[in-house]
Every structure is written in C-alpha cells, then in structure tokens.
Design a protein around this ligand. Structure first.
Ligand code: AMP
Ligand code: ZN
Length: 492
C-alpha cells in the first residue's frame, strides 16, 4: 500500500505523491522563541520529525523548512522586560531549541529560518496584496481584507460569509468568533523594534511571516504544511488567504495537524501554566529518549495524555528493545537458521511500514515491533534461535530505529555534552569515585573498564572485590545484569 496522509483541507486520507519529482517540499511551523519550548510543542515537532523520517524511509528526498518566530507580541514584551535587544533575547531561545532538538534526536531540516531575516520578503508580499486589492492600510498598519477572498474558511471548514465586513483585529491569535480583517503589518509603537516599509515603519504580523518564508524556499505551491491543531485557525487559514490571493495558485497540497498533548484534560500550554519543558523533565531524571518515545508513541491525530507513569512505561519499553538488541548482538546461538523465525522478522518490518503508511500510525508500527521482540525472545529462551537468524531481526530493529531513534543509548553522552551532567576528570580512580557519596557520573568507557575488572576479580575468586565494584557502580546509578549473553549494564 502506498503512503496515505490525512489532509485537514479535504478531510480525507489521501495517497501521497510529491508534486515535483522525488523531492518532498514541506514546511513546519516552529516555535515562537520567547521562552523554552514545552513538551506539548515537542509533541508537534516530533510528529513532524516522524513524518520527515518516514518520507526519507519511503525513498523521497526532502526540502524541509522549519521557521522560528523571533518577532511577535510575546518576544517583544519579554525582551523588553529583560532589557535585552530582541535579536539577542531570541538568540538564547533559538540555541535552546537547537539543544532540545539534539537531545530529542530531531533531524535537522534543510532550512531552519528566522522571521527577522526575511522582512524584505514579507514587505514585498504585503505590497503585492495591497496592489491586488486584498489588503488596505489604516493608521500606519496594513490589514488583509477577508471579504475579498471568498474561499476564506476552507481549511477550518467554517462559513464566514457575511460575518466579516469592516472590523479589524490587531492581535495575531484570536478565535473564530472574533474573525475579522487581520493584520499584515503593524504600525511601530513607541520603544518597539521596527523596520522601514513603503506603508510606514512597523513590523510584520505572525501569519505573513510563514507565507513569505515558505514560498521563498519551497515555491508558490508545495507538498506539505504542518503544525499543531491550534494553528488551523487562524494561522494556517490566514496563510492560505495571503498566499493564494498573492499568487492565484494553490498554496499547499496536504495540510497536516497534530492533536494536543493534554494534562488533566487540558491542553498543555504556557498560558495555563500546566507545562513541562524538556529541561524540567531531565532535571527530574527522565531520559530524552523516553520523552521522545512517549511523545511519538501515540498517532498524531489522537490527543495524548501526559503522565509520569506514561514516561516510566516509555523507559521500560525502550529497555525491552535495547535488551533484545543486546541479546541479538552478544548472545551465542547454535549454528544454523530457522526460516520461520526469519519470516517473523521480515513480516514485522512489513507490518511496521504498513502501519506508518496509514497516516503514520506509530502505535501500530510499535505493536509490530514488540510482537517480533516477544517471539524472538521466546525462541532464544527455548534454544530455537540460530546464529543465522540474527541478521534479519537486526535489520528490522534498524528499520524501526530510523524512525523512532531510541536505540542509540546516547542519552548520557548528550546530557554530558550539553552540561546537564558533569563528567569526572579523566584519570581519576573510577571505582573509588563511583563509590563516593558525591556519586559522580561515569563515562561509558569507565563503566566498561570496571565491568572488565569485576569479571577478572571473579575469575580470580576475589568475590569481595567483584561485589564492591558492583555496589559502587550501583551507587553511581549503573545497574549490572548478568545474562547468558554476558554482562548487560544500564544507567538508572
Ligand atoms: P508556538 O511556540 O506557540 O508557536 O507553538 C509551536 C508549535 O507547538 C505549534 O505547532 C503549536 O500548534 C504546537 N503546540 C502548542 N501547544 C501544544 C500542545 N499542548 N500539544 C501539541 N502541540 C502543541
Ligand atoms: Zn507558521
């Protein structure tokens, strides 16, 4: 079956084919960088990452743009409160966004662009809308004349006819009841950053930013545009109105939206104060890979309820997968092959792809992999698994990880790299340090070294020493498990 994606515009599952050749041109609305993004935002960014990865998996090339909104009411307000120039203020949160992306294994898009680097493109687009009769100036600002664009409402499936004449709305975010002529260019206010434009000093509205940047990098018509479902109205509705009025062409073929991350029945959001940033959860001891897993495990069109229990379960699921991979790589199996077993692994890969072909059904894809892991483990426990079977299982696991990206076991290294965990001075006595109350963090190499030392102590019959090493490792947060395949260790 080919890849099918649910299109908010047509409200249908549609077979996906890029408009031009083998390259998919897509745009994802990124964060507004006035603070750290919360994990609700990352649910949407992770959905976009799964989409990106699966398009590549399906053999397509990507031309993917992610924007950051670095000028709006919030960024201006917060930078002024902090007494820092807007650009410097937003730099900090763009850097944090990049660190979070790396921690969560989000692939880099081909273009990560910021709004304030594209003001001339926005001014030009606004001018085109004025020239074509879709926009008008009033008191130094410029507004989009919604009544001039009859299809308005097509994305949110709302009938606005008759309701819109005359009144204007100056804020970027508003609900359907308050739909009015919306602002494209806001007249400069005292003390706020501004840019020069033919219609006067000011700054762009939020919606025009994404129309201008997407069309600059992807052309007037492109394949996929996405964001969280709260962006359907007004943001994406307005992007369509702006872009299609300016070009007279279809703006985007497929619109994709993810449902919200929910906490106690409410959308996780800054304004409700019910949010966690990635940093908050890392400081509570959760691993980025577990957060990635949790946020991708529910298909994007279903709301996802955030709980700590869910995060613990995500960690356990990852452990199960990593343990299986460890067995595949380290355990000694009898020579030979079991074709029926290899079929299980082959079919799991097929079911995995079939689920993702169905509008990125991540839950179904995970189900296929866990069925395979269960069957594989059982065969290993019963002595039915043979040396020749491993490659097929590993291949399916690798396919899984091209999308889910949680098997790398690199949380610790990334947390050290970004300063969340302090790594000890090299050359210190790792065993003593591990056992110290300071409980400093050990590098992977040090742990491996101590495990080798423990094995040597055991071979020499020095069980006191081997127990001491085990206890010290535990104190440093490292759990050892003696398995048939050798010693498996993991961090708590
Ligand atoms: P913002 O920084 O507010 O522009 O939001 C960035 C992205 O996160 C947008 O695509 C939003 O739709 C999305 N978003 C915001 N809150 C949530 C949430 N609770 N769950 C999922 N996505 C969200
Ligand atoms: Zn946008």
């Amino acid at each position: 079956m080919p890849l099918r994606l649910y299109n908010t515009l047509t409200r249908q599952l549609e077979e996906f084919k890029p408009l031009g050749g083998n390259t998919v041109r897509m745009y994802g609305c990124g964060p507004t960088v006035y603070d750290y993004a919360h994990i609700g935002n990352y649910r949407t960014f992770l959905f976009q990452d799964v989409l990106r990865r699966y398009l590549k998996y399906s053999g397509y090339e990507l031309r993917h743009v992610v924007n950051v909104t670095d000028v709006d009411d919030n960024t201006i307000r917060n930078s002024q409160a902090a007494g820092i120039a807007l650009r410097n203020y937003t730099d900090k949160y763009i850097d944090a966004f990049q660190v979070d992306r790396e921690l969560l294994s989000l692939e880099q898009p081909e273009f990560l662009v910021r709004a304030t680097d594209h003001i001339p493109e926005m001014v030009k687009l606004i001018q085109t809308l004025v020239d074509r009769g879709y926009a008008y100036a009033s008191e130094g600002s410029v507004y989009y004349k919604v009544a001039a664009f009859p299809p308005y409402g097509q994305l949110s499936h709302t009938d606005f006819s008759g309701a819109l004449a005359g009144a204007r709305v100056d804020s970027d975010k508003y609900d359907k009841e308050n739909a009015r002529d919306f602002v494209l260019w806001k007249a400069a206010k005292d003390g706020e950053p501004f840019w020069e434009a033919p219609f006067g000093r000011g700054r762009p509205g939020w919606h025009i930013e994404c129309s201008a940047m997407s069309m600059k990098y992807l052309g007037e018509t492109f394949d996929i545009h996405s964001g969280g479902s709260d962006l359907i109205f007004p943001h994406h509705e307005n992007e369509i109105a702006q872009s299609e009025a300016a070009t007279g062409k279809l703006f985007v073929k497929v619109w994709m939206h993810s449902e919200h991350l929910i906490v106690n029945g409410e959308k996780m959001s800054k304004s409700l104060g019910n949010f966690y940033t990635l940093r908050d959860l890392i400081h509570k001891g959760f691993k980025p890979s577990a957060i990635r897993y949790l946020l991708t495990s529910v298909p994007h069109r279903k709301p996802l309820n955030f709980t700590f229990d869910g995060l613990h379960q995500a960690q356990q699921s990852i452990d199960r997968l990593r343990n299986f991979k460890f067995r595949l790589m380290k355990e000694k199996f009898p020579e030979g092959e079991t074709p029926a077993l290899q079929n299980i692994a082959r079919e799991a890969a097929q079911k995995f792809a079939e689920a993702l072909d169905d509008n990125l059904n991540t839950a179904g894809a995970l189900g296929a992999i866990f069925d395979m892991v269960r069957d594989g483990n059982t065969a290993m426990d019963h002595g039915d698994f043979h040396a020749g079977d491993g490659a097929m299982f590993l291949d399916t696991l690798q396919r899984f990880d091209r999308i889910f990206a949680v098997l790398g076991d690199d949380d610790h290294a990334k947390l050290v790299k970004h300063g969340f965990i302090k790594q000890q001075e090299s050359g210190a006595d790792a065993n003593a340090a591990a056992g110290s109350d300071a409980g400093r963090s050990l590098s992977d190499q040090e742990i491996e070294k101590l495990i080798a030392e423990r094995a040597a102590a055991r071979r020499a019959g020095n069980y006191a020493r081997s127990d001491e090493i085990r206890a010290n490792l535990l104190k440093a947060g490292v759990i050892l498990e003696d398995t048939k395949a050798g010693v498996r260790w993991k961090r708590k």
